[in-house]
Design a binder for this molecule. Structure first.
Ligand code: TYM
Length: 334
């Protein structure tokens, strides 16, 4: 019998179009990991309610996201792809973990503080306990590896704290999960103007989406911020130039990137040429993902089947964990 594979879980919010930060920070790893591990990938619609209470676009966002994930290379036969709200067991585990999470630590969480700043009119307690729900997502499958981008590191650390407290109080149920990336560090993709991370709430012209058409990709990249170039050899790159090189490193041939690195170091770089090259390589990368996504999205029967299949597999795993949790706490009276 083969050894049991390690369990992987990750999630993504259905709050907008998938962008390159999502892809290179997380989804690319998800795709690779499905060959090696027991993978669960979740569209976290409950989480999206903390910031997007209006649900008019939710259904379309969820369906598009599922199709974008498959278009990016997830294979529903090789991984368990499901929607969070199809698994009520997550909500029950969230309840237990809430008793182990201190309001003080939740108030100190970076993402909570950011969101309070962004939506002062709606500081709901779901926003405060967001990391607890995320911990429930991870622990419900007793996952170990959590492929995420750099911005999620703190949430995974909090998950470990909650898991440790649970194990200490009620007995060993959860293994310790950790943030995972192939390669050394977690990834942070910068917005095209280098002003911060690429995100769903950023200016759309500074964000590349997997749904962007070829001309829009070219336009966004050609507009990306540059300057007149370095004047001393081997200078340190400004953030916005570093960001362009990072993208090039990911989508262009090694020799191509090396040539522009060399030009930069010799102060002979022409950013116009570099951006043209990057734009063409980006188009080559995004176009097939976009067309696969569109074809999948149109196939309503297949979409339904994928979501039902995912929900039933994820529920089986969730029910098994919840049984261990209830036994450990001692919730059995008859
Ligand atoms: P979300 O939906 O914001 O993003 C999904 C994934 O994309 C990564 N990401 C980035 N990586 C690198 N550079 C960027 N600019 C960038 N922008 C986004 C994120 O790190 C993430 O991996 N709280 C999570 C969703 C979640 C979750 C979970 C994740 C809910 N439950 C359980 C893991 C495990 C979130 O808001 O991701």
């Amino acid at each position: 019998m083969s050894a049991k594979k390690e369990i992987v879980l990750s999630g993504i919010r259905p709050t907008g179009f998938v962008h390159l930060g999502n892809y290179f920070g997380a989804i690319r790893n998800w795709v690779n990991m499905q060959e090696e591990f027991d993978c669960y990938y979740c569209v976290v619609d409950w989480h999206s309610l903390t910031t997007h209470p209006n649900t008019k676009e939710l259904k379309e966002n969820v369906l598009r996201l599922v199709s974008e994930l498959i278009g990016s290379g997830l294979d529903p036969e090789k991984c368990v792809l499901y929607i969070q709200s199809d698994i009520p067991e997550i909500a029950e585990l969230y309840l237990y973990l809430n008793m182990l999470a201190y309001t003080g630590e939740l108030e100190k969480t970076t993402t909570f503080k950011d969101k309070v700043r962004m939506q002062p009119e709606n500081v709901n307690s779901g926003l405060l306990t967001y990391p607890v729900l995320q911990a429930a997502d991870i622990l419900i499958h007793r996952a170990v590896k959590v492929p995420v981008g750099k911005d999620q590191e703190q949430h995974i650390e909090m998950t470990r704290n909650f898991a440790q407290r649970f194990n200490y109080r009620y007995g060993e149920v959860f293994p310790m999960p950790y943030a995972f990336n192939y390669g050394d560090d977690l990834i942070k993709i910068m917005s095209l103007d280098g002003s911060g991370k690429m995100s769903k709430s950023e200016n759309q012209m500074n964000t590349l989406y997997l749904a962007d058409d070829d001309d829009l990709i070219r336009k966004k990249i050609m507009k990306a911020k540059t300057d007149s170039g370095p004047t001393t050899p081997n200078s340190v790159k400004p953030d916005y130039i570093e960001g362009l090189f990072n993208l090039m490193n990911i989508v262009s041939e090694k020799e191509v990137t090396a040539k522009f690195e060399d030009d930069f170091n010799k102060c002979s770089i022409r950013y116009g040429d570099m951006k043209k090259q990057l734009a063409e390589d980006m188009v080559k990368f995004i176009a097939p993902v976009r067309s696969r996504t569109q074809a999948i999205r149109r196939d309503e029967k297949y979409m339904k089947q994928v979501m039902e299949h995912g929900a039933s597999k994820a529920r089986a795993s969730a029910i098994a964990t919840l049984q261990l949790v209830r036994d450990a706490i001692g919730l059995k009276y008859h």
